[in-house]
Design a protein around this ligand. Structure first.
Ligand SMILES: *Cc1c(COP(=O)(O)O)cnc(C)c1O
Length: 401
């Protein structure tokens, strides 16, 4: 007898911690933009694992790269060299126009690594007195779940109950350049920003904000760190979401899609004189930069180097935003985003975000609410026009009034 979805859900409920509240869909298989549940129902995936699946489920080139590497060597630790690390770092630096790469695993680790590097740089290069470095961050940020990172979260459910909190962070309103200016001092090591805030509901900052942040950092001799873990790697129509503002960061954190939806792979990329402050023994990770991850990462870089996925995001994104725009005033209060990425707010008094996602799933579309009545849409960049339209039809059926 086959196990029903309800039985799998009961098993999860009984044995796994309850730090998530998943929709009642039990996925057994996936391909491209589609997933199939244990009872054979098919769904279009409009979440893409929060953009970790930019290339869709099991992209053939990425699966092939993983399989090839599985037949050779998967893990060495960094106690030895291996034949994938240098090439991965070089190719990622060339792709992003940066000088050096620090490979890690999860996104939160990349952010933690960038914060450590920025502090060390502040003491060794900028001359901030030891133990006094400050890092300025934005309200409504999402940078991960470690104790230090949640210390500067403004989301109470992420933060409350996990103190004592790591000091050394100043939180200012996202999108407010004057507040940023007032928060930067001579002890500021770095300003850490998401070019577009994903978890907050795909918040695009006001025109000129990021360029002004860059100018303020230059003026104060402070690093600008762009967290592109969700916004980067073609999601918004450019390799990095910072590009349209003409701004370059000193450090970028990358993750999610960097592992091709196959394994966790993150990195800090940026200036050699900044990342170069790390000396042997000062930072590391057993799995960071492992051969299997590097091989998959290299295949991801190859996909991104053609510009094809960036172009798809622009084209399909225009198509999606045109349709979503028609729903504003007819079920949606607001639509934000860029490329094939949108945050949509359901009209107050309508369905809650959770109810909307349950109704969408019942009709074969997977999406996830973020805060309250906001849904984030991030279809895989490999989705066909027909499938995108099909998903948008379902969205319209559920949300239009
Ligand atoms: C998801 C995310 C992270 C954390 O990545 P994990 O792999 O979940 O640790 C950090 N920053 C941003 C902007 C993210 O979207």
């Amino acid at each position: 007898m086959t196990t029903s979805a309800a039985e799998f859900i009961a098993l999860d409920e009984r044995w796994s911690t309850h730090n998530y509240h998943p929709l009642p869909v039990v996925i057994a298989e996936a391909d491209g933009a589609w997933v199939t549940d244990v009872e054979g129902r098919r769904y279009l995936d409009f979440l893409s694992a929060y953009s970790a699946l930019n290339f869709g489920h099991r992209h053939p080139a990425l699966v092939a790269a993983a399989q090839e590497q599985l037949g050779r060597v998967t893990l060495t630790s960094r106690a030895f060299h291996h034949d994938q690390l240098g090439a991965f770092c070089r190719e990622l630096a060339e792709l992003t126009g940066t000088e050096m790469v620090l490979p890690m695993n999860s996104g939160a680790e990349a952010v933690e690594s960038a914060l450590k590097v920025a502090r060390k740089w502040a003491y060794e290069v900028k001359g901030v007195p030891d133990g006094q470095a400050e890092i300025v961050v934005a309200g409504s940020n999402f940078h991960g779940r470690t104790t230090t990172i949640i210390s500067f979260s403004t989301d109470e459910s992420a933060r409350a109950g996990f103190g004592p909190y790591t000091p050394g962070f100043t939180v200012v309103k996202y999108g407010d350049a004057a507040a940023l200016r007032d928060a930067i001092t001579e002890r500021t090591a770095a300003v850490l920003l998401e070019p577009i805030q994903g978890e907050a509901g795909v918040l695009v900052p006001p025109e000129g904000y990021l360029a002004e942040a860059r100018r303020l950092c230059d003026e104060a001799g402070t690093l600008l760190i762009a967290d592109e873990i969700q916004s980067g790697l073609a999601r918004t129509g450019t390799l990095l979401a910072l590009e349209p503002s003409g701004v370059r960061a000193d450090l970028y954190t990358l993750g999610k899609a960097l592992g091709g939806g196959i394994l966790p792979l993150s990195a800090v990329v940026g200036r050699r004189d900044v990342l170069g402050v790390l000396k042997p023994g000062e930072h590391g990770s057993t799995f960071g930069g492992n051969p299997l991850a590097c091989a998959v990462g290299r295949a991801v870089i190859k996909l991104l180097s053609t510009g094809e996925f960036q172009a798809r995001s622009v084209e399909l994104g225009a198509r999606m935003h045109a349709r979503l725009g028609e729903l504003v005033g007819h079920g949606l209060a607001e639509v934000r985003g860029r490329g094939l990425w949108a945050g949509i707010d359901i009209t107050p008094g309508g369905l809650s975000g959770r109810e909307a996602c349950e109704a969408l799933a019942a009709k074969g579309l997977l999406a996830k609410e973020t805060h309250g009545a906001t849904l984030r849409l991030a279809p895989p960049l490999v989705i066909s026009e027909a499938d995108l339209d099909r998903g948008l039809d379902i969205l319209e059926e559920v949300l239009a009034d």
